[in-house]
Ligand binder design. Structure first.
Ligand code: FAD
Length: 328
């Protein structure tokens, strides 16, 4: 079925208009209609059809192109199962290889900003991997058998719909997850945020139906604030990305750049960053005294010289590798 619009009576949404495939439009009554139709949703249009102001949208285009290709994986050929070379403002391109079922490597090369898109022809694709600062991915692609052609995808624009700012909202209608805020997928936040919003909705419903949309959107906005600021802030580190750079964004990006440098010396800093980036620790955790001290101390000692490991071509049985690590 396709949802095609809302039913309303006075100041309340009372149901949805549904179009079954190949059938005629149906009307379904509902106490509560939840727009969970994802990124391309028409919730704002449906509200406008009922005479309501649609929410203001914050939009940031990450200007990122992915080109992905599968390769045959020979078990044991590397002693790593995933490889990531992240983009930075100085080098706005990167690459990822992840071991997948069916003895495959899922490889993605990406570029951020104009003229950075990875090529889709096989020779250009391999050459692009050769530009990455670490050699492992290029070495892998030089020897692995491709299982199909490179495929291109341009990341969609991140959109945050500010339902919480609307002064006039109908009762009986909510929008959740990507229909309310769709993030740059590179940061892997969307499903976690959707799950936390479901908990906000549960808690709101426990307090009754009165003023439900306003209470829900206010609670959900607090959930979205942190991951939105983190994702958009990280995109805005790149000078080619268009968007408002508040003093707070500039301060955070400057701090996070120094924090990344400190993480090269202090694993505890790196772990804390990943914990915050993966929404397991609230952002103030980046400013805990032990973390700030290491960030400042590393800054005073200049740019760290990160030890460059040898390219990892050695084959190691997992058990032997664990013993080797334990012995160190
Ligand atoms: C390339 C990519 C990679 C991602 N990687 C991650 C990740 O690693 N980790 C993470 O947490 N998140 C990731 N995300 C984000 C995550 O996929 C979304 O945040 C999540 O799927 C949102 O869930 P949703 O239910 O709001 O929307 P969706 O999952 O998009 O579901 C919406 C559904 O509604 C249907 N629909 C749309 N319109 C109508 C209509 N009019 N009538 C009826 N049905 C309709 C659609 O067909 C779809 O089935 C990624 C997203 C992308 C694009």
């Amino acid at each position: 079925c396709e949802a095609v619009g809302l039913l309303a009576d006075g100041g309340a949404v009372t149901g949805a208009r549904i179009l079954p495939r190949g059938g005629a439009e149906e009307h379904h009554d509902a106490d509560l209609v939840v727009d969970a139709t994802g990124r391309g949703n028409r919730g704002p249009t449906w509200l406008a059809e009922l005479g309501y102001q649609p929410p203001v949208e914050d939009r940031v285009d990450p200007r990122t192109v992915y080109v992905s290709r599968d390769y045959r994986r020979i078990p044991g050929e590397t002693d790593w199962s995933a490889f990531i070379s992240s983009p930075s403002p100085a080098a706005p391109y990167g690459g990822v290889a992840i071991s997948a079922e069916g003895d495959r490597w899922m490889v993605t090369l990406l570029g951020i900003g104009p003229d950075q898109a990875p090529p889709t022809d096989p020779e250009g694709y391999l050459a692009f991997a050769g530009r990455l600062p670490a050699p492992e991915l290029h070495a892998l692609l030089s020897r692995a058998e491709p299982l199909g052609p490179p495929k291109r995808m341009r990341l969609p624009t991140s959109v945050r719909r500010r339902y919480e700012h609307l002064t006039r909202l109908p009762e009986g209608f909510l929008a959740v997850a990507d229909a309310m805020c769709s993030f740059n997928p590179a940061y892997g936040q969307g499903m976690t945020v959707a799950a936390v919003e479901a908990m906000v909705l549960r808690d709101c419903l426990r307090q009754g139906r009165r003023d439900l949309p306003r209470r829900f959107f206010a609670g959900a906005a607090k959930v979205v604030d942190v991951p939105w600021d983190m994702a958009v802030g990280a995109d805005l580190r790149h000078p080619t990305i268009v968007g408002p750079r508040s003093r707070r964004t500039r301060f955070l990006n400057g701090y996070v750049t120094r924090l990344h440098a400190a993480a090269a010396r202090h694993p505890v800093v790196g772990r804390r960053f990943l914990s915050v980036a993966n929404l397991m620790t609230p952002p103030p955790g980046l400013f805990a005294p032990g973390i700030v001290a290491r960030v400042l101390w590393s800054g005073r000692r200049g740019t760290p010289q990160v030890a460059r490991p040898e390219p990892m071509t050695r084959v190691a049985e997992p058990a032997a590798r664990v013993e080797e690590l334990a012995a160190r």
